[in-house]
Ligand binder design. Structure first.
Ligand SMILES: C[S@@+](CC[C@H](N)C(=O)[O-])C[C@H]1O[C@@H](n2cnc3c(N)ncnc32)[C@H](O)[C@@H]1O
Length: 338
């Protein structure tokens, strides 16, 4: 890919007109980005699909592929990992696809509307929780090696398991930089005691969840933030199009309608939310975004909509096929509703 092709698309809020000379450090960053993109999109022997000149997806395990990436080649990670560890394994996943059993809770349909299946995090025992912590520790160690200094990680979680996963990332050496609260009404929690719903009609076992936490982490900077921005293009968050800072509360309702028809993944995240996070993750709009747990490719599609370079890994062949099928429509989807 040439340097020109690698320059992010002009976004409407782009600060510089195309004919203004770039500062030398910016040109150096763009050259480095072109070289890194070549290495990243060809790393490892796994099958992959080129979704566009700016986006690719690899069929394979994230931790294995991470080990094959060159050190210091990724500028940001935006991802929604599996939290049940087993919910996306073949046995339980087959049960989800069959619509019966396993760790997936298939909510009853009502009003003619079929509700989305949810993984049951409450079935995790002590040993599962220990493996969850090990998984996130290994994941964070892999990320630290491949991120450039100042590279950010945005990671989706849920209120039950976020503290475990976030601590594992911090203990591995990533700095915690805050959390985004996505305001969203989910179907998690709020139920009456099972089998005694009438007897305890006034009780819910736990709060009905109305938010989703996203951890924000950063690989430590190389010098001050300004020095890091010039050297690596990372270290801060891109401000909103009008110049206001990126904010950590984002109201965004569940993915519905057309978006779900395009990408029927049980954990689909909405473009309206992802595009805001992905945009913030590259402060200068320069660099490569990685989604280790690509699912339907929603992060890759959000990056494409913004003109950013992005690569994902997805180990399930069915979802890998979905990435290819959904990418164009998802990245071109207009996002207006709340
Ligand atoms: C929570 S879903 C992400 C869905 C995504 N947010 C979307 O909008 O489509 C997690 C995805 O990670 C995949 N996955 C699980 N373990 C993986 C691993 N070790 N390496 C790569 N992909 C994995 C699963 O197959 C699943 O599609």
């Amino acid at each position: 890919m040439s340097l020109q092709e690698c320059i992010p698309l002009e976004s409407p809020d782009s600060p510089e007109p195309a004919d203004v000379a770039l500062p030398p450090w910016r040109e150096t960053l763009l050259h480095a980005q072109a070289g890194l993109w070549q290495q990243v999109r060809t790393a490892g022997p796994q099958a992959r699909v080129e979704l566009s000149p700016r986006a690719s997806c690899v069929l394979g395990d994230a931790l294995q592929w991470l080990a094959m990436l060159p050190a210091g080649s990724i500028h940001a990670v935006v991802t929604d990992p599996p939290y049940g560890l087993i919910e996306y394994e073949d046995k339980d996943h087959a049960k989800l696809r069959a619509g019966r059993g396993g760790v997936w809770r298939i909510p009853p349909s009502f009003d003619g509307a079929r509700r989305q299946p949810l993984p049951r995090f409450t079935v995790l025992g002590k040993a599962d929780i220990a493996s969850l912590c090990d998984f996130f520790a290994a994941f964070a160690t892999g990320l630290l090696r491949v991120l450039v200094p100042g590279g950010h990680v945005f990671m989706a979680a849920n209120p039950l398991l976020s503290s475990l996963a976030f601590t594992a990332l911090q203990q591995a050496g990533l700095e915690k930089r805050g959390e985004i609260i996505r305001l969203v009404q989910t179907l998690r929690g709020g139920d009456r005691p099972k089998g005694a719903e009438t007897e305890f009609a006034e009780i819910s076992v736990m709060a009905r969840s109305c938010w989703e936490p996203w951890g924000i982490f950063r690989k430590p900077c190389d010098g001050t933030v300004a020095e890091n921005l010039r050297r690596w293009g990372t270290g801060g968050l891109r401000r909103l199009p009008g110049g206001e800072p990126f904010k950590d509360v984002i109201p965004c309702s569940p993915t519905r309608g057309r978006e779900r028809e395009i990408a029927p993944h049980p954990s689909l995240k909405p473009q309206r939310f992802l595009r805001q996070v992905v945009r913030a993750s590259l402060p200068l709009g320069i660099g490569i975004i990685y989604d280790p747990f690509a699912g339907s490719g929603s992060t890759l599609a959000a990056a494409e909509a913004l003109g950013y370079l992005a690569i994902g890994t997805e180990r399930d062949a069915g979802y890998f096929a979905l990435v290819r099928q959904a990418f164009d429509a998802l990245s071109q989807l207009p996002v207006t509703e709340r």
